[in-house]
Design a protein around this ligand. Structure first.
Ligand code: UT7
Length: 324
């Protein structure tokens, strides 16, 4: 028997304020038609003044803990994936641990932008498999609206705020794809593409936070290739075919990317969890938000085989095959 990390519960949180494309078009030089046609986005949620990434993260974690039936004091690892931390330091994860956890257990942030949740999941899975943690909270939380240049219509219409979280526990498996839990994770990066998607500020350069800059077309081109490869890598590693996958839970950047990836993989589009229309791109939060969405509406059930995939700034990309 081998030790596996198993998803015990999922939770999510969206800020109250929802902004439609039409509302956005009143203050940005854009149209509902352009945004919908090019990205599939119809609306996004925006954090209230003073609402921080940690506030969103804590709300999502509390829901995930309740769904798992686990007390925060029993968690021995907190990881928050975010590119929009409350402060440069300390880690936003330390805020989450202080709010719901037990003093003394490790907490840290992971920075892999839109791939952050897959990276954080891989780290937590390895901690659990190594016996260094028994119960972990993995969060993706972002307040991307604070790093958007609202004068730059090529980026500001594409992103939103939100948080999603999972609680991981331990399970035993036979080492096959029938096991419950995280079956494998696959991480990649290629720093040569740094300037395709970045923030033009930071502590060691401008001493400012900076704004998101993106060469959208180039990112799109890389995304379709890298995401399909990452999914195929996970399938091969577990000797499963795409037909055995119940749900694709992808990073939500653009509906056209989701469609192209599904097509490239030969996956039935009805098996793709889509939230980009409702949430826009919430970076590290988008996968756990989509997962929570699929679980809460009853589509994703215990025993289902799901594949997570993401791609973001760095470039970073990766995948995870999980049996719920
Ligand atoms: O999460 C990390 C990963 N990120 C992504 O995966 C994003 C990947 N990229 C994309 O999703 C798409 O490339 C975009 C949605 C960003 C853009 O779609 P596109 O089809 O590649 O459009 P484009 O950038 O080529 O722009 C087409 C036109 C341009 O006008 P011209 O030069 O053709 O006259 C833009 O100026 O659309 C114009 N445009 C806009 N028009 C109205 C750009 N932004 C807007 C806008 N409203 N918001």
């Amino acid at each position: 028997m081998i030790r596996r990390s198993v998803i015990l519960g999922v939770g999510s949180y969206l800020p109250e304020k929802c902004v439609s494309n039409t509302e956005l078009a009143q203050r940005v030089d854009t149209t509902d038609e352009w945004i919908t046609e090019r990205s599939g986005i119809r609306q996004r949620y925006i954090a209230a003044d003073g609402e921080k990434t940690s506030d969103l993260a804590i709300a999502a974690v509390n829901k995930a803990l309740a769904a798992a039936g686990v007390d925060g004091k029993d968690i021995d690892l907190f990881i928050v994936a975010t590119a929009t931390p409350d402060q440069t330091f300390p880690a936003t994860a330390a805020r989450v641990q202080a709010a719901v956890g037990r003093p003394g257990v490790p907490s840290f942030d992971v920075q892999a932008v839109c791939s952050g949740f897959v990276y954080a999941l891989a780290i937590a899975d390895n901690f659990i498999k190594a016996g260094q943690a028994n119960k972990a909270v993995v969060v993706g939380a972002e307040v991307f609206s604070r790093i958007l240049d609202w004068q730059d219509r090529t980026t500001c219409v594409l992103f939103g705020d939100g948080a999603g979280a999972i609680v991981l526990g331990t399970g035993e498996g036979k080492g096959t794809s029938d096991d419950r839990g995280v079956l494998s994770t696959h991480l990649h990066s290629d720093g040569r593409h740094h300037d395709m998607l970045y923030v033009d500020g930071g502590p060691s350069t401008t001493q400012t936070t900076g704004f998101v800059r993106m060469k959208g077309k180039e990112v799109f081109r890389h995304a379709v290739v890298n995401l399909a490869q990452a999914v195929e890598e996970a399938l091969e590693a577990n000797k499963v075919s795409i037909d055995q996958v119940d749900w694709l839970v992808p990073h939500q950047a653009n509906k056209r990317i989701l469609d192209s990836t599904a097509q490239k993989l030969g996956l039935d589009p009805a098996k793709v969890i889509v939230t980009v229309d409702q949430h826009a791109n919430t970076s590290a939060a988008s996968i756990p938000l989509a997962l929570a969405h699929g679980v809460s509406d009853g589509r994703i059930k215990k025993g289902d085989l799901i594949i997570l995939e993401a791609m973001g700034g760095g470039f970073t990309w990766g995948s995870a095959l999980v049996r719920m």
